[in-house]
Design a protein around this ligand. Structure first.
Ligand code: SF4
Length: 696
């Protein structure tokens, strides 16, 4: 151990000792100490560390404390990236203050968000000066003069410019108006605004560059080259918490989706009715700019064919999405022209024409050295807005061209449906590791990847490989749970029908009614499809109601947080949840005592990205089930199981309703992920009796 290591380790020991002495309720946790020591070693010597740290370890403090001590010794600032806002809030309100108290270092910690999360006063002033536009944008939203007045006051008064303050104040704006007053990368690019002139987004970035620790989210880190080339490149260490989300976020960031609704929205933000062209028209001096007015009218007309041809393309794409099919991989060997002989070409032409028309309108308005425009900031903003939308149309045209290259290798091209059910084109890279390596890992000298669930099976290798890393270059650790799980959890398997059996939904429903109806314990049922969820909900609704049990059933697209809150507050509730409930929701103590895993969570093989990745594995001579389906299912299974025990005093029962865990050759891999060997039982009555005996 070097002297430097001794120093950091010694400071760490002192900091933990301070916490144990002075922080009420703080306890020595072996896993936390181990993780902090591992991270300290990497902070001293450089390199990569991946740690799977189950619930209860206290991983946030384990990474914050050594990083803060390193910063206090003069390293570059610490960059922390999370996937969820929930974790960011927890870090800011609880873990960071605790780590700072323990270290005795008064360091500056800030969160940084994307430009769109901040108010742009320039844009807001222009919009609010045109109140009717603001009201028009809120047609379906019931925004009244009073709300606009309160918004105007906030625009002048806010010191942070963070748009989320608005909902906290009870001001709910329609999304179109919100995006019209937010920072916009397309309009900001050409503007010379300085932080000192009141740009909140730039001020936040300036603050971040002065801070000792900056907290961001993965989406921002991966999408913003500016953050990577400044904050990341100059950082002393990078901490990626909730690292199991990185691959998916990177795929989304590097992908493209384009549909008719998006084009309609962009047309509405550009046109002369309520968009940029309207602002531009208003910025012209009356009676002196006939030519510019004509160019604006022409640009407005040029937007209409875009929407028309986008609608035709969507109709052509319907052929790839038979009724009831949510998404489909673009068929191999089929050219775009075979699916859409005319509409795609016409749409591309219309996009190019609309972009040129917008450019002509902006140029015409700006001609004669700006003498056609009313003097002042409003005209500047109108021009920025028009040029911003122009840049966006050019980007859309390029995106559509990239979506038409369906023969490109290493990319999943597929069609799915947008929020209004219209077919939409998508492309996603199958592998993101090289890009992550080049744009993130290569810029950081000390990097920690951590999560409560990072490994799918026994090794972290597959998870690291997906991120472009290997176990040879990365120090790894999988810490054991600090809880005596085998004493806290009873694991059962129902030896009933398999999920593909038509009798499965009825068996699952009977089981729910039998367990909850008798014991009235909060029960979470994790499902893998809305179809099954709806069928089960319709079967259990009446019998549960008759027993006074509250049924909470997630609807497609419904966020997990509000339902989770309602469930936590209940005492005899059943929550039927899909994807978003398998992870990231916290139900401590009696808020969850019985967990039912309806089926082993294998990915849907027809999911376009999964299907394309499987094809790629087959082409390389591999086995998609072993290399893709099993690792994904095991990771998700471990996450689902993790919902049950959140504290050292929790106690619960997990029932695997999918009997393949006891019958299939791969079953033992799932069994190994359970806290204890499960008991196979044959009936709901047996399970109900076991629940009664296990729970106090
Ligand atoms: S740079 Fe200018 S246009 Fe962009 S958000 Fe800041 S104030 Fe608004």
């Amino acid at each position: 151990m070097t002297i430097a290591q001794q120093t950091l380790q010694t400071s760490l020991e002192q900091a933990f000792a301070r916490l144990e002495r002075f922080e009420p309720g703080f306890e020595h946790r072996e896993g936390q100490r181990e993780m902090a020591a591992l991270w300290s070693d990497v902070l001293e010597g450089g390199g990569l560390l991946a740690v799977e740290a189950p619930t209860g370890i206290g991983k946030s403090l384990a990474y914050l404390l050594p990083a803060i001590l390193l910063r206090a010794r003069g390293s570059g600032p610490i960059l922390v990236s999370t996937h969820t806002k929930t974790l960011q809030d927890q870090l800011l309100s609880r873990d960071v203050p605790l780590a700072l108290r323990a270290s005795g270092m008064p360091l500056r910690v800030v969160t940084l968000k994307g430009r769109q999360a901040y108010l742009c006063r320039r844009r807001a002033h222009a919009r609010l000066a045109q109140r009717r536009i603001a009201l028009a944008a809120s047609d379906d939203f019931g925004l009244d003069e009073d709300a606009l007045e309160r918004l105007s006051e906030w625009v002048e008064r806010t010191t942070t410019g963070e748009l989320e303050e608005l909902s906290a104040m009870g001001i709910h704006l329609p999304p179109s108006l919100l995006s019209d007053i937010a920072g916009d990368p397309f309009t900001c690019a050409g503007s010379g605004c300085e932080p000192s002139t009141g740009c909140f987004a730039k001020a936040a970035r300036r603050e971040a560059r002065r801070a000792d620790m900056i907290i961001v989210n993965h989406a921002l880190l991966l999408s913003d080259p500016g953050i990577r080339t400044t904050l990341l490149a100059e950082s002393g260490a990078l901490i990626l918490d909730e690292a199991h989300h990185l691959e998916r976020v990177a795929r989304e960031q590097q992908g493209v989706s384009l549909g008719v609704q998006e084009l309609k929205r962009l047309a509405a933000r550009s046109d002369a009715k309520g968009g940029a062209l309207r602002l531009l028209k208003r910025a012209l001096r009356r009676g002196r700019a006939a030519e510019a007015e004509a160019a604006i009218a022409a640009a407005d007309q040029a937007l209409k064919p875009v929407v028309t041809h986008a609608g035709s393309l969507a109709r052509d794409l319907e052929r790839l999405l038979p009724p009831g099919v949510p998404a489909a991989l673009w068929p191999r060997g089929v050219d775009v022209a075979a699916v859409s002989p005319e509409a795609l070409d016409r749409l591309l032409e219309a996009l190019a024409f609309a972009a040129r028309a917008l450019e002509r309108a902006a140029d015409a308005a700006e001609s004669e050295d700006g003498r056609l425009l009313v003097p002042g900031a409003f005209a500047e903003e109108a021009l920025d807005e028009t040029r911003g939308r122009l840049a966006q149309w050019i980007e859309v045209e390029q995106a559509l061209r990239s979506l038409a290259r369906v023969e490109e290798r290493g990319i999943a091209f597929y069609v799915d449906r947008d929020e209004r059910g219209s077919p939409r084109l998508n492309r996603r890279p199958l592998r993101v590791g090289d890009a992550l390596r080049a744009t993130v890992f290569s810029l950081s000298e000390r990097t920690l990847l951590t999560s409560a669930t990072l490994a799918s099976g026994e090794s972290l290798g597959p998870s690291l490989a997906a991120l472009g890393l290997s176990v040879e270059e990365t120090a790894t650790a999988r810490l054991p749970s600090p809880f005596p799980l085998e004493r806290q959890v009873l694991s059962l398997v129902l030896d009933g029908p398999e999920p593909a059996d038509p009798a499965f939904a009825a068996a699952l429903s009977d089981l729910i009614v039998e367990i909850v109806g008798v014991h009235r314990r909060n029960t979470l049922v994790l499902l893998t499809s809305y179809q099954m969820l709806e069928e089960v909900a319709s079967r259990v609704r009446a019998p549960l109601e008759a027993r006074g049990v509250v049924l909470l059933a997630q609807s497609p697209g419904e966020a997990a947080a509000p339902l989770a809150r309602e469930f936590r507050d209940g005492t005899a509730s059943v929550l039927l949840g899909t994807a978003s409930f398998w992870e990231g929701v916290d139900f401590p103590g009696e808020s969850l005592e019985v967990l039912l895993i309806a089926r082993l969570p294998f990915p849907v093989p027809t999911d376009p990205v999964i299907a394309a990745r499987s094809e790629q594995i087959v082409e390389a001579g591999g086995d998609p089930f072993r290399e893709l389906m099993m690792p994904e299912a095991l990771l998700r299974f471990r996450q689902g199981i993790g919902r049950l025990i959140r504290t050292a005093t929790d106690r619960g029962v997990v029932v695997i309703v999918d009997p393949r865990i006891a019958r299939a050759g791969y079953g033992p891999k799932f069994v190994a992920a359970l806290p204890a060997r499960p008991r196979v039982v044959r009936s709901g009555a047996e399970i109900a009796a076991a629940v009664q005996a296990w729970l106090p």
